[in-house]
Design a protein around this ligand. Structure first.
Ligand code: GDP
Ligand code: MG
Length: 400
């Protein structure tokens, strides 16, 4: 019969990142080979992983290989992308949900431009400081002790420069190819086991969304005579209860929050005592009128630390025509329409360091929105012209 998914171990989403040809796919294959010995994985051959079928998500062509494996203590989903452009796209759009990253650096080559770009992206999409490990691959080609020491120093410095703990981050010298070919076990199979040990014991599990501060983005606002104002939408994270004191932000022009108390919670016409992440809700707010809230505003518990903002940094990917994007580049200082959560706003796009972003390219941008909205780092957005998505990105830093 069909296998049933058992949720009996903590789960983590990880992936290999690093410069082209440094051995990400070979390492991915080697991990499955080593774990297949304990029935923790189905062995995936190199060719199978590198020929990942293309998928379409929101019109964007996604090329990536997702596989799963488990150790004695954890279950992992692992992503490996075929090319540099695929990493950029998948990480910005969120198609590669990495909560932990294995940075592969060829020991006979050292950190290269894409090593840096992937580290920056990992930081921008919120891979936590503890959840990064360096696998110095091709150790069979770099046996000199002094060379290895210098390289390790280089990589640690690089990690520090991207805000990762370079001094304490685990760095493992190994050879994915040796592990695959059952050669030199100390840099082969044993190094893979060391790597898995780091994943199991050093990587932290992301906090379960129920334990996080509540966040609810309003899709619609209704006024009910005699009862007040109801906002509907999905509870993104945290828990909401009747009687909770809340603040609405992103509903007023000046950015001032509006306070209220939840006087009722409903889901599909039934009363809800305790709403959990993912619930579709109607939230009844005491004492508020239809002018106090609007589609796109966000509800947070009183005491939260957020402010509505209209200036933000982001990393933006511009879709190609073959991805149902546009033919024309996005130009510096042009006005575009930005969508995120349930809000949308006109925005002036300032491109950092260049004049255009061509379709298929990504760049850092600064957005000046027409109004103050709820934005937090790692939140995704799209840029649309009419009904067409021409760009997609991730907010990285609030500018005020
Ligand atoms: P990716 O582009 O980062 O996914 O790199 P690949 O996994 O495709 O590897 C690129 C090349 O490096 C291939 O020819 C591999 O066989 C080779 N390679 C991978 N790991 C090792 C290793 O540990 N030692 C040596 N000598 N070659 C390796
Ligand atoms: Mg590869």
């Amino acid at each position: 019969g069909k296998a049933v998914f058992k949720r009996d171990k903590p789960h983590l989403n990880v992936g290999t990142i690093g410069h082209v040809d440094h051995g990400k796919t070979t390492l991915t294959s080697a991990i499955t080979k080593v774990l297949s010995a304990t029935k923790g994985a189905k062995y995936r051959k190199y060719e199978d992983i590198d020929n990942a079928p293309e998928e379409k998500t929101r019109g964007i062509t996604i090329n990536a290989f997702h596989l799963e494996y488990e150790t004695a203590t954890r279950h992992y989903a692992h992503i490996d992308c075929p090319g540099h452009a695929d990493y950029i796209k998948n990480m910005i759009t969120g198609a590669a949900q990495m909560e932990g990253a294995i940075l592969v650096v060829a020991a006979n080559d050292g950190p290269m431009p894409q090593t840096k770009e992937h580290l920056l992206l990992a930081k921008q999409v919120g891979v936590p400081p503890d959840n990064i490990v360096v696998f110095m691959n091709k150790a069979d080609e770099a046996t000199d002790v002094e060379t290895r020491e210098l390289l390790e120093m280089d990589v640690r410095e690089l990690l520090n420069s991207f805000g990762y703990p370079g001094d304490t981050c685990p760095v493992i010298f190994g050879s994915a190819l040796c592990a695959l070919e059952d050669k030199q076990p100390e840099i082969g199979v044993e190094a893979i086991k060391q790597l898995l040990d780091v994943l199991d014991n050093k990587f932290v599990l992301p906090e379960r969304k129920t334990n996080e501060e509540a966040m609810f983005a309003a899709e619609h606002v209704y006024s009910i005579v005699g009862r007040g104002t109801v906002i509907t939408g999905k509870l993104e994270r945290g828990v909401l209860k009747r009687g909770d004191k809340i603040e609405v932000i992103g509903a007023t022009k000046d950015g001032k929050p509006v306070e209220s108390t939840i006087s009722g919670l409903e889901s599909f016409r039934k009363t809800v005592d305790r709403a959990e992440p993912g619930d579709q809700l109607g939230v009844l707010l005491r004492g508020l009128g239809p002018k106090d809230v609007k589609r796109g505003c966000v509800l947070l518990p009183k005491g939260h630390k957020h402010v509505a903002t209209d200036a933000v940094k982001a990393q933006l990917y511009v879709l190609k025509e073959s991805e149902e994007g546009g033919k024309t580049p996005i130009a510096n200082y042009f006005s575009e329409h930005v969508f995120s959560l349930t809000w949308d706003s006109g925005a002036l796009v300032k491109i950092v360091g260049k004049d255009f972003i061509m379709p298929g390219e990504s760049a850092e941008v600064e957005l000046q929105l027409n109004q103050r909205m709820f934005i937090e780092p790692q939140q995704r957005f799209t840029i649309r012209k009419g009904s067409k998505t021409i760009g997609t990105g991730v907010f990285t830093e609030l500018l005020k």
